[in-house]
Design a protein around this ligand. Structure first.
Ligand SMILES: Cc1cc2nc3c(=O)[nH]c(=O)nc-3n(C[C@H](O)[C@H](O)[C@H](O)COP(=O)(O)O)c2cc1C
Length: 359
């Protein structure tokens, strides 16, 4: 059984020094033009120095029309390169491997923030969303590939495609809404086409040392859970990904509507042949015992979100002490500032997770 300190060789690129990944976390700390700010770099580099083997950025928009939040990180233009170059160097100097999460909000993007029409796989007259034409779908595939090439040019070790949480990639997988008839919707194969094309296009545009990961949700968001098991199996078999990241919100979660005592969501995926793809999981890993639990179950990587907010050195401490627990929530704003969250992040976190921050 792997230990949390065991290095992990991926299909491409640098070996991860351990099994801890800083989960992607939107923090609204970028400049209005999407370039990285010093406070956002400081927040990330503190985690790299704090022992995370893989340090991932927040969701970064691959096209201006995909922007969801003010202060979101961008990777849609060469103007974004210099901040990413600085980040790449600082994360590498800290001994960690870097990754940028590639994102497009699709129907969840914000016209008032992005200044662009909101577009997605389907139209919605009520919210003024326009359906992408087939040519625009192919352009969106290219936008992901161009963003990945930009990350590589900046010296970042790899990217993670954000296919979770009902954003553009996940919208294509949405059985309830994606009824497109142009080959990018309808049946399970049509709905999966976009994500397969994005993975392939990124591989084609990047070099042999570049790491490509993918985050998926596997239930809710209009997803068909059985189709998601087949999709994950196909992605493993394609041998194109370095890692798959299942965003579960709770690694011990039972499927929606499943009876107590049945298999957990994670168990539908752990037994699939991985063909050399690493499998990571995210959701409620607040201490070393939980991180070890996911490895003992057969996962390869533990993605750490809120515990890494509470403790920048969670990875180093959990690697050294098998009983280590991150500071318990709620925490004070002073605590968050001391953990190198800048003011926009402190306010975003307190606003969205009020029960986790003391008033
Ligand atoms: C403040 C905050 C921002 C987040 N932003 C993102 C994001 O940009 N992309 C993403 O895929 N998930 C995002 N997530 C989800 C986390 O990556 C993670 O999967 C989730 O918090 C569950 O893990 P945890 O229980 O360890 O926090 C965010 C979570 C938090 C708390």
């Amino acid at each position: 059984m792997a230990s949390l300190n065991t290095p992990l060789e991926l299909r491409h690129g640098r070996t991860l020094p351990n099994r801890f990944v800083l989960a992607p976390m939107t923090n609204l700390q970028s400049h209005p033009d999407g370039t990285l700010s010093d406070i956002e770099i400081a927040w990330l580099v503190a985690r790299a120095r704090g022992g995370f083997g893989l340090t991932m950025t927040a969701a970064a928009y691959v096209h201006a029309a995909g922007q969801v939040w003010p202060g979101q990180l961008g990777i849609s233009s060469d103007d974004h390169l210099s901040g990413l170059e600085r980040l790449a160097r600082a994360v590498a100097d800290a001994g960690s491997v870097s990754s940028v999460q590639l994102h497009h909000g699709g129907v969840k993007a914000s016209a008032s923030v992005s200044g662009h029409d909101v577009v997605g796989p389907w139209a919605d007259a009520q919210t003024a969303v326009r359906a992408l034409s087939t040519a625009e779908v192919q352009q969106a595939v290219d936008d992901f590939a161009a963003a990945a090439a930009r990350a590589e040019k900046a010296g970042i070790d790899g990217i993670e495609i954000h296919g979770g949480h009902g954003y553009l990639v996940g919208q294509f997988l949405d059985e309830s809404n994606n009824i497109r008839e142009d080959g990018y919707g309808g049946d399970a194969a049509g709905r999966a086409r976009f994500v397969h094309e994005v993975v392939r296009a990124i591989r084609d545009r990047t070099g042999p040392d570049f790491q490509v990961g993918l985050r998926l949700s596997v239930e809710r968001f209009g997803l068909n859970p059985a189709d998601m098991v087949h999709l994950v199996a196909a992605l493993f078999a394609s041998e194109a990904l370095d890692y798959l990241d299942l965003s579960l919100w709770d690694v011990r979660k039972l499927p929606v509507h499943a009876p107590e005592g049945g298999p957990m969501v994670i168990e539908h995926f752990l037994g699939l042949p991985r063909h050399g793809t690493a499998l990571g999981v995210a959701g409620r890993i607040p201490g070393a015992p939980d991180a070890q639990w996911v490895l003992d179950r057969g996962a390869d990587l533990a993605f750490i979100g809120k515990a890494a907010i509470a403790d920048h050195a969670f990875a180093r401490r959990a690697a050294a002490d098998p009983s280590y627990q991150a500071p318990a929530f709620p925490v004070t704003k002073e605590h968050l500032r001391a953990e190198l969250l800048g003011e926009p992040f402190v306010e975003y976190f307190a606003g969205n997770w009020p029960q986790l921050v003391k008033p």
